[in-house]
Design a protein around this ligand. Structure first.
Ligand SMILES: [Zn+2]
Length: 437
């Protein structure tokens, strides 16, 4: 328990908040009961006592150390005992003068919070240091509370064991099972592609983003890393502390500098080519998941929608022109294009598939110009759609691409389409095996 002299300012504080309703001895006894007997942290004990005697905890102003998870927004006189989870240097301009500031993440056993240190470092701070910060203030930035260490604050290094480690409870999960809004995940996957780009955040700040595709033995997912972890294509990683955001139903694994990224041995997962083979999904699974990137669907084409085959698009907005007019731009000279808009069914469900010009030409066996010739000869645009129906309806296909979802259901934009030929010999052998059993 606190020494008397350390407790004294808090007793006085409670006394003032309660308008001296109790004696100092009564307050001390109450305080010791809460903290010693029930193990209540000093700050909570003070608030409880004031409430118990019908005072307003807002009237307390000698602050105790605050748990990071309790920092809500605008707060003055903030005292913290915490660990420096990360710290980075940054140069800003103040009154046309360059100024050095530091920013990063603070953590205790209740959570983490971003911080900015606005004044020259009072002591050499490093990642992993445990510190006592007094008289800092909190505000919200980007809807998130953050701690500011200004000129009135002090930072002292303290013993490491004064701050319990923050144990983040992570959930180990396969990529096929990630869903929108999941948090604190623990995912092991291979980076199959990665690119670095600069993006503008909502606050018009440029930020470095590493994004690409990750794969494990159950599937693939897009990822976004808001920090340079030194990841490269082919790396096998264990990423703890990521979360899931989704774009048009495609779940995306996101993580920032608070995540723990561990580089594993290459043998931990099969090579990329093999992982590619496992991203075959049933349509019912895709519906549950909401969408998928670079997914493979084995299904039968059961319908070709009107607006397939030879179509004309508005040169302005690429919408399909009907009777020479665009829905938005009115009468336009449409540009010819080829596509298939069809329905795939795999027995577990159905989805809409969009097949682009290049793939449609492969299916037809001739190109756009030849398709236009044929339509002109027949004086009928729909002959191309008829030809596609003949080639695709009732055919088992393997289609690969990105699958998005919205209120109209799932949509697969094909990158690859192939006919899934049934191996007659293999089927016959299987049937014989079944007969022999
Ligand atoms: Zn248009």
């Amino acid at each position: 328990m606190e020494e008397n002299e350390e407790l004294a300012p808090h007793i006085e504080d409670i006394n003032r908040a309660l308008n001296e309703k109790l004696s100092e001895e009564q307050i001390e006894e109450e305080l010791r009961t809460y903290t010693d007997r029930y193990g209540v942290p000093l700050g909570s004990a003070k608030r409880s006592i004031v409430k118990k005697y019908e005072g307003d905890p807002q009237d307390l102003y000698v602050s105790t150390e605050k748990a990071i998870d309790d920092i809500g927004g605008d707060e003055q006189g903030l005292n913290l005992k915490c660990r420096i989870v990360s710290i980075n240097e940054k140069e800003i301009e103040v009154d046309d003068e360059p100024k050095q500031i530091w920013y990063g993440i603070l953590g205790d056993d209740t959570g983490t919070i971003p911080f900015t240190l606005w004044e020259a470092k009072p002591i050499e701070l490093e990642k992993g240091d445990t510190v006592k910060i007094e008289n800092a203030y909190a505000n919200t930035w980007n809807d998130e509370p953050q701690v500011n260490i200004g000129s009135k604050a002090s930072v002292k290094e303290i013993e490491n064991d004064e701050v319990p480690q923050f144990e983040r409870e992570t959930q180990k999960l396969d990529l096929a099972d990630i869903r929108e809004n999941m948090q604190n995940l623990d995912v092991t996957a291979r980076v199959t592609s990665i690119e670095r780009k600069m993006v503008n955040t909502q606050d018009d700040e440029e930020k470095e983003l590493f994004s690409g595709i990750m794969a494990d033995e159950t599937g693939k997912a897009q990822f976004s890393a808001w920090h340079d972890f030194g990841m490269e294509e082919g790396d096998v990683l264990r990423v703890k502390g990521g979360y899931v955001r989704s774009w048009r139903g495609i779940p995306q694994y996101s993580f920032d500098e608070t995540a723990e990224v561990e580089f594993l041995d290459d043998e931990e997962l099969p090579p990329a080519e093999e992982l590619d083979e496992v991203s075959v999904y049933s349509i019912s699974d895709l519906a549950k998941r909401g969408g998928a990137v670079d997914a493979i669907v084995d299904a039968v084409m059961i319908d070709i929608k009107s607006g397939s085959g030879l179509i004309f698009r508005c040169p302005e907005c690429r919408r399909v022109v009907q009777k020479g007019a665009c829905r938005v731009h009115g009468k336009v000279d449409g540009e010819a294009d080829l596509r298939v808009k069809g329905i795939l069914d795999d027995g577990t469900g159905a989805l809409t598939v969009i097949i682009n010009r290049e793939l449609t030409e492969d299916i037809l066996g001739y190109d756009l110009e030849e398709a236009m010739e044929k339509a002109k000869d027949e004086m009928n645009q729909s002959v191309i759609q008829d030809a596609l129906e003949e080639k695709l309806i009732a055919q088992p296909l393997r289609v690969k691409g990105n699958i998005t979802s919205d209120e109209y259901g799932l949509m697969l934009v094909a990158d690859e389409v192939e006919y899934k030929t049934i191996d007659v010999e293999e089927e016959a052998r299987k049937m014989l095996d079944e007969v022999r059993v």
